[in-house]
Design a protein around this ligand. Structure first.
Ligand SMILES: C[S@@+](CC[C@H](N)C(=O)[O-])C[C@H]1O[C@@H](n2cnc3c(N)ncnc32)[C@H](O)[C@@H]1O
Length: 317
């Protein structure tokens, strides 16, 4: 683990856990929430773990290798969508309260539901800044019409999805950016270098198999270990963590940490972080996986600005 960062991992419902935190606490929130909300309800998670589907699609093996379950967001009913709106309304309000003025919020989402999420974050009074594009060539979509593959062999029902949207918001602040940086250490995004600002096209690709193997090994049941179905790559999470703290100081929150990729990324860069996870198995996985994910090396550590920040930690790799 990083020599200088302080990590706080909490098992529980983020909305309840965060009630105990004062306002203006966090410099940034970086999170990959349950996109459609229902897929992480206990009954659906059990179905996924039993391999019987539910809202999760268990894709057939490809060239003999097992593929991760995928949630199907096309099946959400109107009551499901109402639940999703309530969840993100509450999330927007909590984020607005616990973020420092000028603090950024990075939220992973999906093309199918991003408008619903964005509407709730707008309503909560957060300021929309951009939509980041993470290039990731998934196998989702691109399928020919069901049961009519041959008849319509040149047709697919929807495009194959090759990018993932990340909503970028900021808690509003009064006055000049330079004053906010001085008072709250927030408001801007850290540049990659003096020459190049942080850009919104993130060509980061898939989660490497080495990291998936760490998540799998971290599973508390060694007889049937499974990686977290939504583990994000360290390269991406470190890129976002670096951009999120403009003065390289502060605390990053991930209220829906899963197996801990955000917390590990913050730790690898020497930043303090708080991670919250409701599911006991995923929480245990995070506690086991974070030290290992922290040790993974990515190209970002070679950048001068990052090298300088993690100097104290490099000997731990
Ligand atoms: C998309 S996953 C995050 C995966 C994570 N990015 C990783 O790399 O492992 C979302 C997580 O949020 C958790 N979750 C859902 N509702 C929650 C809540 N109310 N409070 C805390 N965690 C919650 C789920 O159990 C799930 O592990």
């Amino acid at each position: 683990m990083g020599a200088t960062s302080e990590l706080e991992l909490r098992h529980g419902n983020a909305f309840q856990v965060l009630e105990a935190y004062p306002e203006n606490q966090f410099h940034a929130i970086i999170t990959d929430p349950p996109y459609g909300v229902i897929e992480f309800e206990t009954a659906q998670v059990e179905k996924m773990r039993d391999g019987v589907g539910g809202v999760w699609r268990i894709p057939p093996e490809l060239d003999g290798s097992k593929r991760k379950p995928l949630p199907r967001f096309t099946v959400l009913s109107e009551p499901d969508k109402e639940k999703l709106r309530t969840f993100f309304k509450e999330f927007g309000e909590v984020a607005e309260r616990v973020l420092r003025p000028g603090g950024h919020l990075f939220v992973a989402t999906t093309q199918l539901l991003m408008h619903e999420v964005a509407m709730q974050l707008d309503e909560a009074g957060l300021e929309r800044r951009d939509v980041l594009v993470r290039e990731t060539k998934t196998l989702r979509g691109g399928d020919r019409p069901k049961n009519a593959h041959e008849e319509y062999d040149m047709v697919s029902s929807m495009p194959r999805v090759w990018w993932e949207p990340w909503l970028l918001y900021r808690k509003p602040f009064n006055g000049r950016l330079q004053d906010n940086l001085e008072n709250w250490q927030t408001g801007g995004l850290r540049r990659e270098s003096a020459e190049r600002p942080f850009t919104d096209l993130l060509g980061n690709g898939k989660t490497p198999s080495q990291e998936t193997a760490i998540s799998k090994k971290a599973h508390p049941d060694s007889e049937s270990p499974e990686a977290h179905p939504n583990l994000k790559p360290q390269k991406l999470m470190r890129e976002l963590s670096h951009a999120a703290l403009p003065l390289r100081e502060g605390v990053i929150l991930d209220p829906f940490m899963g197996s801990g990729s955000t917390v590990a990324a913050a730790n690898a860069l020497g930043y303090d972080a708080v991670g919250i996870e409701i599911d006991e198995t995923f929480y245990e996985m995070a506690t086991n996986a974070i030290p290992e994910l922290t040790k993974v090396t990515t190209p970002i550590e070679r950048r001068a600005d990052v090298k300088e920040a993690v100097q104290g930690n490099l000997s731990d790799y």
